[in-house]
Design a protein around this ligand. Sequence first.
Ligand SMILES: NC(=O)c1ccc[n+]([C@@H]2O[C@H](COP(=O)([O-])OP(=O)(O)OC[C@H]3O[C@@H](n4cnc5c(N)ncnc54)[C@H](O)[C@@H]3O)[C@@H](O)[C@H]2O)c1
Length: 248
Amino acid sequence: MRNLAGKYCIVTGAGKGIGKAIAKKFMEEEAAGVAILEYDLELAQATAKELDPTGEKVIAIRCNVADSDMVKEAVDAVVAAFGRVDVLINNAGITRDKIFHKMTDDDWYSVVNVNLNGVYNLCKYVVPLMREQASGSIVNLSSTSLMGNPGQANYAATKAALQGFTRTMAKELGRKNVRMNCIAPGYIDTDMMRAIGEELLNGMIKGIPAQRLGDPDEIASIAVFLSTDDSSWVSGQTIFASGGAVCN
Ligand SMILES: NC(=O)c1ccc[n+]([C@@H]2O[C@H](COP(=O)([O-])OP(=O)(O)OC[C@H]3O[C@@H](n4cnc5c(N)ncnc54)[C@H](O)[C@@H]3O)[C@@H](O)[C@H]2O)c1
């Protein structure tokens, strides 16, 4: 029996990239069910079909994590389908990179609304379920950018905020047997990273001790660890995974 047997999981933004790799690994670890809450429904449906052609264990639900009403409906739909939520992976995230003096209000607020308020929205509806069942694990996707990264004042602010949120929630929820942790990836090979362009990317790779981008699978395996009882004594932590680029 694998580690996630019997566990029902939500992964936001799992249509592609790191979220998809997490959903895939959760299925390999025999999760009882995985709900993909995704902005792009067609992408989510294609991913769900790829990971589970039977359609019984992986479900796709359209959800903009920045929209509280939509998140409530999505969590209700997961509970209707699965009956409970054991694991929540707050993975959905966006970038709107610009040097600060060129950053618009829209650049700032759209990133805050998805990366930070999106996590709040999910937790608002999932935490009460986990408190009630007196068990659960929540993992938030932060980033090494929280250490400071030019062009990412908006993004870095949200990813740093997730650390403070996580530490506080870990202390509040510990007595209810609910854990919360962060993963802070360095540069991972996904569309988000590829969007910056080949030349810039090659320069960035030179600065990584491992001399390569990370693979989404290398983040997914940390998500599995933090979601199972293998990490039962770990809460309020941020695991940096950056090929040695950021040593905390
Ligand atoms: N790729 C990296 O190098 C890297 C590094 C550090 C942290 N991260 C973080 O990891 C997470 C995943 O990144 P990725 O590289 O896989 O990104 P990606 O752009 O490849 O995929 C993100 C997914 O989230 C979905 N999404 C975007 N906005 C959404 C919303 N409002 N509601 C629901 N779904 C939404 C997208 O449709 C997409 O499927 C993000 O939180 C990102 O900040 C990524």
